[in-house]
Design a protein around this ligand. Structure first.
Ligand code: SAM
Length: 504
């Protein structure tokens, strides 16, 4: 497959692998609301933050939305958007590689971008996610007024979508609910007890012999399908609809037949790639939302409108699903996900993680009524935890950092072995069973022995004390006193800490 090359590509495509595993440290003072919530705001470089999250969230995220700097050559107040072209590629490539690992089987990734880097982005996303995983490029009409400063006014951006499994995405994605304007098309002039309805012309393109019958109106006029068209149903189906009172012959009761569709039966529209500002908002709207939240002096330069995120989250997720945004900016994705009852993880490296995202989400929890609040009947509630990046799990020589706790190393070992997240916080040396192999970790006196090396060495006694498993066992420990024959007889593969733990 053709790939994009740039000067530092060879080094850049190894960056994700080389990024260290770091710990996430909770900051209780900046957290708010329900402490049990899984919602996370993380301040730090997303390369490190994503690596830190992988052991817990790989394969669990239903929708990733990112709005990376577009490389517009501008210096915004809160971040610089002026990378040399290949540096932008070098920034985005390893981050996309990590993001791919988070997608669930039915998950999708949505990326906002414009023409500065959009076409290069498409080529690297084809490479990273697979050309066949491409779903669509949506065009978002970001302005409602004409742009007269350029030779050709720029009024749109893109939102590119890739799915881990496009077939599954097609079956599971949601339709777009009708907006006020589309609902108004449905009326009830005859007080039909089935509610508001509209007439859909009963014709289809082409000529099909069994759809070319004649139809007589109640007033006696005979209709045949118009030139070049046929009726859209067979005669038997038409007769059923007529009996059910679902054929409308116009106000005069003498015009061409229409099939009656009730509003109550309409699930919504199949999403399409044209996203007008009327439907999903525009940049003026998002600036106003930002001013309302933060005041005129501290607004954020490039926020997205809440309605845009609402559209994405509505199509891609259901309540309770996890949404991830690793270029969080002023926190729009998390605020919208919160109001829509989704769980979320937001990562932002700038100080605005504290000055914007935290106060915004606090307001949301307190029931803030801007953005999409009224449309989703938001009443407040919930919570989020704030984190910063802490120590690396391994030092430069590959040794385990002294401050690492059992549960942290357990999550790391489990993920390296199984490529799946650990689920619950590990409290036992038996971390779990995957593909008929049990994984154990002897570390930090998990067996209750408080001496520094206590219980970290695999001896006969320690083996006896371990939760039993009939079958293949992988045991991580500092060393073992059991010989090769005994290990084989017991079905044990012994792995030595730290050397056999993948540091990267
Ligand atoms: C275009 S803004 C996102 C705006 C956001 N969608 C909103 O509605 O407010 C891009 C953000 O990505 C952040 N960013 C850029 N590089 C980053 C990195 N390596 N790690 C984390 N955040 C980063 C910038 O600080 C900036 O806030």
């Amino acid at each position: 497959m053709p790939t994009l090359t740039w000067l530092t590509r060879e080094a850049d495509i190894r960056l994700a692998q080389k990024a260290p595993y770091r710990l996430l440290e909770a900051v209780p003072d900046l957290s708010y609301g329900d402490a049990q919530t899984e919602n996370m705001i993380i301040q730090g470089d997303n390369l490190d933050a994503l690596k830190a999250l992988l052991p817990y969230y790989a394969g669990r995220v239903k929708c990733i939305y990112i709005d990376p700097p577009y490389n517009t050559k501008s210096a915004f107040e809160h971040y610089d958007d002026n990378l040399e072209h290949s540096k932008w590629l070098s920034m985005v490539y390893p981050r996309l590689e990590l993001l791919r690992e988070f997608l669930s089987e039915d998950g999708s990734i949505w990326v906002s971008i414009d023409d500065n880097e959009g076409h290069y982005l498409k080529v690297i996303m084809d490479e990273i996610f697979g050309r066949k995983k491409f779903v669509a490029t949506n065009v978002w009409q970001k302005r409602y007024s004409r742009e007269n400063r350029e030779a050709i006014g720029d009024v749109h951006e893109y939102v590119m979508i890739y799915a881990r499994d496009p077939e599954r995405f097609k079956l599971t994605r949601n339709k777009v609910s009708l907006d006020e304007k589309s609902r108004k098309v449905y009326k009830n002039p005859n007080n039909d007890p089935r509610g508001p309805w509209r007439g859909i012309p009963m014709t289809a393109q082409g000529w099909r012999p069994n759809q070319m019958y004649s139809i007589t109106t109640p007033k006696g006029k005979v209709h045949l399908p118009p030139e070049g068209r046929c009726w859209s149903t067979l005669e038997s189906e038409y007769k059923k609809l007529l009996e059910q009172g679902r054929i409308y012959f116009g106000k005069d009761n003498n015009s061409q037949p229409n099939v009656i569709r009730y509003l109550s039966e309409v699930e919504g529209h199949v999403p399409w790639t044209w996203w007008s500002h009327e439907e999903v908002g525009h940049t003026d709207e998002s600036k106003k939302e930002s001013q309302l939240l933060f005041g005129k002096d501290v607004t954020f330069g490039t926020p997205k409108p809440e309605r845009l995120l609402c559209r994405i989250i509505e199509i891609a997720t259901n309540p309770g699903d996890i949404v991830l945004d690793s270029f969080l900016g002023s926190g729009t994705t998390c605020a919208v996900a919160h109001k829509m009852g989704r769980r979320y993880i937001g990562i932002e490296m700038g100080e605005h993680a504290v000055t914007h995202c935290v106060p915004r989400l606090k307001k949301v929890i307190d029931g803030e009524q801007g953005g999409i609040s009224k449309a989703v009947n938001w009443q407040g509630g919930g919570g989020f935890r704030f984190y910063r990046l802490g120590d690396a799990v391994f030092d430069e020589t590959g040794k385990i950092n002294q401050n690492i706790r059992f549960a942290t190393l357990a999550a790391h070992v489990w993920f390296c072995e199984t490529k799946t997240p650990i689920g619950k916080k590990a409290k036992s040396p038996l971390l779990g069973v995957h593909n008929e192999t049990a994984y154990y970790l002897l570390f930090n006196g998990i067996l209750g022995d408080k001496r520094p090396d206590g219980g970290n060495v695999l001896t006969s006694k320690v083996l006896k004390d371990l939760p039993p498993f009939e079958g293949q066992k992988v045991i991580y420990g500092e060393t073992t006193r059991l010989g090769a024959e005994r290990l084989q007889a017991e079905g044990i593969i012994f792995k030595q800490i730290p050397y056999d733990i993948k540091a990267r």
